[in-house]
Write a protein that binds this ligand. Structure first.
Ligand SMILES: Nc1ncnc2c1ncn2[C@@H]1O[C@H](COP(=O)(O)OP(=O)(O)O)[C@@H](O)[C@H]1O
Ligand SMILES: O=C(O)[C@@H](O)C(=O)COP(=O)(O)O
Length: 418
């Protein structure tokens, strides 16, 4: 194993797997901290998918450390901590505390933090994160149900999450290439800095950052900064690496718990194209007026190829549900219901699921119970099809990050399985 990665959510893990596979590596995604006896097979890179983005920071640190120990014991040469390309976190964490713990576990003096992912419009300039043309704090991420992002200055955001000194490697340095970037790392290390936000606006800059990071025991960021890492171990971008992929036959459904702008557009496009959709509302769930049994029965009874069950709503409605129920309770009610719907659908013969939302994907995947996922073809940047491994009843899962994918994602994803 060359790269051992820890991802703070399920969609982020598949996103990273896709990037490493495109870099020529054989990649396996493990669900949750693997047991000591877990057989990683011939994987060049293993991505452990946690659901640690919004849990209390102590839990996130404990889970991440347990995963890191397994990966280091299995021989991982470099540890990668994957978080969201929109730096989803709160002032408590979990990016800062987990990075601190992983620095200690790996014995690394210094690491980088780079969420840039130009293919999906995430760029970092002078330490500020942009989503498309907007600063993070002006983007729809300011209204995220669990991790509203209202400051685009990542040095400041990360600085609030850690007592360790945070610095910046600016655009002028990154432009000069890997040698200059490595020299900046050395200088920063000499000054006692421990975490460096790194500017990047293009894939070529990310490749240079990856090359400069060859000597770092710990790298942190979005999947974008992983673009240059496989080459450090002799792998070639584009080399055939994916597991042979074949999706199990069976019925299909779309399950959406993301309230992100892209997911809401995708739902609108699917409905406009005639996909039947059932909306589940947190207050109806809390009052027992909507149940998983009823939602699953609706999907099973549908004569459409890909019925859609969703909770996604606009910021005003999310705020209303949160005011009535509490933020975490509203989220948990929806996650549990959608996960149970998936379990009931599988029992009824459904074998193909598109799931929208990182927390939602975590809940659904944990409920379905696979231990690992094999990575299949790319639907859109950052979103591959996957198939569950070591499962009596394998399922094909497309775990879509809330803000990824074109508007027709829920319509076109199935074409790759035909
Ligand atoms: N209508 C709603 N009201 C309140 N919370 C909701 C609603 N729909 C979904 N949620 C919660 O919002 C969170 C969305 O997070 P996630 O699934 O990670 O999506 P994303 O990928 O867009 O971040 C989940 O915890 C989900 O249960
Ligand atoms: O880096 C990214 O943007 C994604 O891989 C990711 O982690 C997104 O998380 P969700 O939007 O919560 O799915």
């Amino acid at each position: 194993m060359f790269i051992g990665a820890i991802a703070d959510d399920l969609t982020g893990a598949t996103d990273l797997c896709l990037m490493l596979a495109r870099g020529g590596m054989r990649v396996v995604q493990v669900i949750g901290v693997p047991e000591a006896a877990f057989d990683f097979g011939a994987a060049d890179a293993v991505v452990v998918a946690l659901k640690s983005r919004t849990v209390p920071k102590e839990d996130a640190v404990a889970q991440s450390l347990a995963a890191a120990r397994r990966l280091l014991d299995a021989g991982a040469r470099q540890i990668f901590f994957k978080y969201c390309s929109t730096f989803d976190s709160t002032d408590e964490g979990n990016i800062g505390p987990v990075t601190e713990a992983l620095l200690e576990a790996t014995g690394a003096a210094l690491t980088i933090a780079c969420p840039a992912f130009p293919a999906n419009g995430r760029t970092v300039y002078r330490g500020h994160l942009f989503v498309g043309d907007l600063l993070l704090s002006d983007s729809s991420m300011k209204d995220h149900p669990l991790t509203p992002m209202r400051d685009a200055n990542l040095v400041r955001v990360l600085g609030r999450q850690t007592a360790l000194p945070v610095g910046l490697v600016g655009y002028e340095t990154v432009e000069k290439g890997a040698g200059a970037i490595r020299a900046a790392f050395d200088r920063a290390g000499g000054e006692g800095l421990r975490m460096l936000i790194v500017d990047a606006v293009t894939d070529d800059q990310l490749r240079a950052i990856g090359k400069a990071a060859a000597g770092l025991k710990l790298v942190t960021g979005g999947s974008g900064v992983a673009i240059g890492l496989p080459a450090n171990f002799g792998f070639q971008e584009g080399a055939a690496s994916a597991h042979p992929f074949s999706a199990p036959a069976g019925r299909a459904a779309i399950i959406a718990g993301s309230c992100s702008a892209a997911t809401r557009r995708q739902i609108a496009a699917a409905r406009a194209a005639g996909v039947p959709a059932l909306k589940v509302d947190p207050q109806e769930i809390a009052e027992g007026r909507m149940t998983a049994e009823a939602a699953a029965r609706w999907a099973i009874g549908s004569d459409h190829a890909t019925p859609l069950v969703f909770s996604s709503d606009d910021p005003a409605e999310v705020a209303r549900a949160q005011a009535a129920l509490g933020r975490d309770e509203a989220g948990a009610l929806v996650e549990h219901l959608l996960a149970e719907v998936a379990v009931r659908l599988r029992a009824a013969g459904f074998r193909r699921f598109v799931v929208a939302g990182g927390e939602t994907s975590g809940a659904v995947t944990h409920a379905l119970g696979p231990k690992a996922l094999a990575i299949g073809p790319e639907i859109d940047p950052g979103v591959p099809w996957t198939v569950s491994l070591g499962d009596d009843e394998p399922v094909a899962l497309a775990l879509k990050s809330g803000n990824f994918g074109t508007d027709d994602f829920f319509l076109k994803a199935w074409d790759l399985l035909r």
